[in-house]
Design a protein around this ligand. Structure first.
Ligand code: CMC
Length: 430
């Protein structure tokens, strides 16, 4: 028998609401008929308790620190898989067999070049334009180049559009870096794997040979896998909201990129390293910054700490910490910011304020140190997050369009402004 919840309202009405159970026994009260039947809406700033959809992509238990993509623990995927394999898993729902993986990887490689005209777009941005703005603009511009990109066609052709997005975002990211340092663009090469190709486009120059370090490649694979989806976060929700108006997948992903840029979301990886740098330059006084973070009046937060959903630990942070150690050892990098990060982490984890509020370091707290070690500049850290998140955004967008219950996203509000009042001519106003 299906479960229901009974809601009694102050005006005497009452309603039985269906209670749905997810595959991990999560419970959700279905309020989709609440307003029609009672005239009431629910109020939930920041959607803290609101599930806008059912989803089969990612399972996240923030209390237990569990993260699974399509049922597979992220720890196993990070250990065994490549980013392209996980992208396939997220978009198609199953891990690929050898042939499927080969075909998918080939398809992505084949679409890695951007239209030559698009290179001119880079000229239009000022030298100090943030790469996230460039990335978002370039991704939304892709809709102008492909007939399969518009409205309904972008749903029917999600296969080719996915390959284009995954492939071209890395080319665009690398080109924007090359533009910022005044070096020639390095074109993609099909014989390289996704991560090798990205590193080659970023760091090789025509004047000398460039050896791709397998340890750097593996670290990059893991970082991208860990970023690849995170259920209904701010940017994924943005992609769904924009896509729900039948905007095409490029426009939707471009909007997701801009949502990701914010310092409370993906932008935190840049902010976290800036904060570590500031602490370092300020003499490494950890307790001063921990105290500042505790003091509400200071408005200072420990960036890379705290998460809406993780209230125990971030499983991704545990994985990345090990990969970070291995990478820094291999590259022989002795980054003073890592020492600051470890001291800060220890101080915060032992402090009652952080313990009580369940604030733990997230993935973003460590990835910046790895990006620095690889040679990726600070303002491109969030671009790296976007590169990893593209398959997740596509999977969310695709799932939404296949959902029979899907509607245009259009939340309600509780209006608290003035009631109807008399219009005064400008000459009559004080
Ligand atoms: N440093 C100090 N205090 C904090 C921090 C922090 N990093 N994060 C939360 N708090 C405090 C906050 O002041 C609040 O205190 P009180 O209850 O006394 O008002 C309490 O903890 C709860 O914070 P909140 O902002 O209401 O919680 P939220 O779930 O709305 O926000 C968050 C989550 C990630 C925006 C927040 O923890 C934060 O601003 N962290 C720093 C930015 C950051 O690292 N963001 C990356 C998140 S992970 C990447 C991603 O997936 O987006």
């Amino acid at each position: 028998m299906s479960e229901t919840a009974k809601l009694s309202l102050p005006d005497g009405q009452s309603i039985e609401l269906p209670v749905l159970t997810g595959s991990q026994n999560e419970k959700a009260i279905d309020i989709s008929n609440l307003r029609t039947k009672t005239g009431h809406i629910t109020l939930d700033p920041g959607y803290v308790n609101t599930g806008p959809c059912e989803s089969t992509i990612t399972y996240l238990d923030g209390e237990k620190g569990i993260l699974q993509f399509r049922g597979y623990p992220v720890e196993e995927l990070a250990e065994q898989s490549t980013f392209i394999e996980v992208a396939y898993l997220l978009i198609h729902g199953e891990l690929p067999n050898k042939e499927q993986l080969g075909n998918f990887a080939d398809r992505v490689s084949k679409h890695s070049m951007i239209h030559e005209d698009m290179k001119l777009f880079f000229e239009g941005f000022s030298q100090n334009a943030h790469p996230m703005v460039i990335l978002s603009s370039m991704i939304s511009s892709l809709s102008a180049y492909y007939a399969e990109a518009s409205g309904k066609a972008s749903i029917e052709n999600i296969g080719i559009n996915s390959a284009r997005l995954i492939a071209k975002i890395s080319t665009i990211a690398a080109f924007s870096y090359k533009k910022s340092v005044g070096q020639p663009f390095v074109y993609p090469r099909d014989e390289l794997s996704y991560c090798e190709n990205f590193l080659n486009m970023m760091f090789s120059v025509p004047a000398e040979s460039y050896d791709i370090d397998p340890e750097v490649v593996r670290s990059l694979e893991v970082m991208l896998i860990l970023h690849s989806d995170h259920e209904q976060n701010c940017s994924a929700s943005t992609v769904r909201v924009v896509g729900s108006s039948m905007a095409n997948v490029y426009a939707s992903v471009a909007s997701g990129i801009l949502a990701l840029w914010g310092p409370l979301h993906g932008g935190a990886n840049q902010q976290a390293v800036q904060m570590l740098q500031q602490i370092y330059e300020d003499g490494g006084n950890i307790s001063k910054y921990v105290e500042m973070a505790k003091n509400k009046k200071s408005k200072f937060r420990l960036m890379g700490f705290g998460h809406r959903v993780y209230k125990n630990f971030d499983p991704r942070a545990i994985i990345i910490k090990k990969v970070c150690d291995r990478l820094l050892n291999k590259l022989g990098v002795n980054d003073p910011l890592l020492e600051i990060a470890l001291k800060l982490e220890k101080a915060a984890l032992e402090d009652d304020f952080f313990i009580e509020k369940k604030l733990y370091p997230t993935l973003d707290f460590y990835t910046g140190i790895m990006y620095r070690a690889i040679g990726i500049p600070l303002n491109m850290f969030t671009v790296m997050f976007a590169l990893g998140r593209v398959p997740g955004w596509i999977a969310q967008w695709k799932e939404m369009h296949g959902d029979a219950k899907q509607k245009i996203a259009r939340p309600r509000q509780l209006y608290t402004g003035p009631n109807k009042r008399k219009y005064l001519l400008i000459s009559e106003r004080n």
